[in-house]
Write a protein that binds this ligand. Structure first.
Ligand code: HEC
Length: 144
């Protein structure tokens, strides 16, 4: 350190770089980034669990009124975001233990997005486009 680094990293106010003559400033730059802290994970997990659940409660409610979607598929698409939301948020915590779990975060988020897109497109089509093309008297709740 003294022979190779301090010639520049010496706290000279003309050079805005870490001063390596003091141990604390070396420790500061040598710190390992361990990612998001547990307290911030806990906070963001709460916000996402409640916020995204509410979003999908309303999106799912609207989509449940769509006609022409087989009942089993409809149930699957409505439930999917909740399952993958739990997977997504648990994998944030698991990523803290092993970085490979980051893949689960991507898969979880992707599946949430996929089910959202399906519900959004079907609902928007049936509400705004289909009525202008032809009249449809099917009853979604009776699965006709
Ligand atoms: C010739 C002068 C010089 C020497 C010798 C030198 N550095 Fe640097 N170092 C710099 C400069 C200038 C910067 C700022 C670069 C920038 O910000 O783009 C820097 C930046 C750094 C940073 C990044 C600091 C930050 O805030 O992110 C670290 C870490 C570092 N040097 C470590 C070392 C170590 C360890 C040595 C010795 C092996 C060393 N440097 C030797 C000039 C030097």
């Amino acid at each position: 350190m003294d022979t190779s680094c301090v010639m520049c990293h010496n706290g000279d106010p003309g050079l805005p770089i870490p001063d390596f003559t003091k141990l604390e400033s070396i420790m500061k730059v040598a710190e390992t980034d361990t990612g998001t802290s547990f307290s911030s994970l806990a906070r963001v997990s709460h916000i996402h669990l409640f916020g995204i659940s509410f979003i999908f409660m309303f999106v799912g409610l609207i989509f449940s009124l769509a006609a022409g979607v087989p009942r089993k598929l409809k149930a699957l698409v409505i439930v999917m975001p909740y399952v993958f939301l739990i997977l997504d948020i648990s994998s944030w915590w698991l990523t803290k233990l092993n970085p490979n779990f980051a893949w689960l975060v991507i898969i979880g988020g992707g599946m949430i997005a996929l089910s959202f897109a399906f519900m959004w497109i079907v609902s928007m089509y049936e509400m705004w486009i289909m009525p202008r093309l032809y009249s449809d008297n099917r009853d979604a709740l009776l699965d006709e």
